[in-house]
Each structure stands twice: as C-alpha cells, then as structure tokens.
Design a protein around this ligand. Structure first.
Ligand SMILES: *Cc1c(COP(=O)(O)O)cnc(C)c1O
Length: 217
C-alpha cells in the first residue's frame, strides 16, 4: 500500500531537516498525533508502517488503540490527572507530561504496583503561560532531581509546547539547555508548524498531527 502523501511528505521533511542538522534521520522519532482524528485518517498511516502515535486523553487512546495495542508504541502527550495515572501507566509506553510532585508520586506508586515502567518525560512550560501545563524553567532542575531522588523515576527527557504567538526557536533552545545540564538525552519538541526548527535545535521526537492527518474535526 502506498503511503498517504501528507504522511510521506512529513517523513521526508524530517529526514531532510535531520540531515541539514548533521544528524541521522533515524535519530528523530515521528510521533504521529492521532488525537481527535477519524479512523479513516489514521488507518492508512498505520498501514504505511507508522508505529508511533500520540494521544492527548487516556480514554480516547484506550478506545482507539486497545484492539491494536500490540502493533504500536503510544505516547501520552496531554495533561494527566492523578486519578487517571493508573490507566495511563497500564496503557502507554511513554508519558510525556510529568509536571508536578503529586503526579510523580502517583506514577511511581502505580509503576511499582503494576510492574510496568513507561518511559517518562518532564513537561516544561517554557513560555511560563498560566493556562499551560508543565514546570516553569526555573523549577525544572529541582523537579527533575525530585523525580529521580525521591521517587526513583527514570526520566528520559523533556517535552515542551511553545506559545503559539512567539517564534519557537528560543523555546526549543531553552528546553535543550535544561536537558543538557540535567543529563537528559530526550527532547520531545516540534509540532506541525515548527518540527523542522525543532530538529535543528536537537529534537529527538517531533509530535506532528495535522500535517500528517489533516485538520482535526
Ligand atoms: C495536538 C498536539 C500536537 C500536534 O499538533 P499539530 O499542530 O496538529 O501537529 C503536538 N503536541 C501536543 C502536546 C498536542 O496536544
């Protein structure tokens, strides 16, 4: 089956951006953000060989992916309430939105209880926007240390969502700087409008929805 053109285009653009940044294309993971997309849009991308998908909500992800769980790697990229943490630990391979102590504690407890260890990212609110989740940059180092020392969590990297009305580059640079000084290799940054910029700043994962699947309904 031939890949849907929009998906093939994003894959090619990622490869070009990686090459331009002197990196191997394989070092940048495409997280195809399937939230709120009809299955008719998702199925051809899955059939074309895409295996990594991102979802915002636990329940929506479970409804969509349960039957195909073995075929895919699933990233939770939306805010996580502690009362959904058990379900998230049970279902996701990667949780990108660790951003407060209570959540870190509940995740640690659930991982212990379930004997599962989803890969974890700390979300940083680089723009310090009040409506947005994430730790503020000034508190990131202390929060990462807390996750590690107090809760024994292995943090794989950092995630950010820059403000929509600002150039994204400085936010990506800030996230990369915080990651480097904390010894973190993973950088989840870049969406449909700015994933090439994110790759130039070192993204190891880009979360792309509408450019792959079309506008959400
Ligand atoms: C929806 C969403 C995306 C994808 O956004 P697009 O602009 O459609 O690529 C990426 N990251 C997060 C956290 C999202 O909520």
């Amino acid at each position: 089956m031939t890949a849907p053109p929009a998906y093939a285009d994003v894959v090619a653009r990622i490869a070009r951006a990686a090459q331009a940044a002197g990196r191997a294309a394989g070092n940048v993971t495409l997280v195809a953000v399937s939230k709120m997309q009809p299955w008719e849009a998702v199925a051809p991308v899955l059939a074309a060989g895409q295996t990594v998908f991102g979802e915002n909500r636990v329940q929506e992800a479970v409804a969509r992916w349960s039957e195909r769980r073995g075929e895919v790697t699933l990233h939770l990229i939306g805010p996580l309430q502690t009362n959904k943490a058990a379900d998230a630990v049970a279902f996701f391979d990667v949780i990108e939105t660790v951003d407060r102590e209570k959540l870190a504690r509940v995740l640690a407890e659930e991982m212990q209880k379930q004997g599962r260890a989803p890969r974890l990212y700390v979300q940083v609110n680089t723009g310090e926007e009040p409506q947005k989740a994430g730790v503020i940059p000034a508190e990131a180092d202390a929060f990462i240390a807390l996750c590690r020392a107090t809760y024994g969590l292995h943090i794989e990297g950092l995630m950010c969502i820059p403000p929509v009305d600002e150039p994204a580059g400085p936010h990506f640079a800030l996230l990369a700087k915080i990651a480097a000084r904390n010894g973190l290799a993973g950088l989840s940054m870049g969406m449909s409008d700015d994933f090439e910029t994110a790759i130039a700043f070192g993204a190891t994962a880009v979360r792309v929805g509408s450019a792959v699947f079309g506008a959400r309904t």
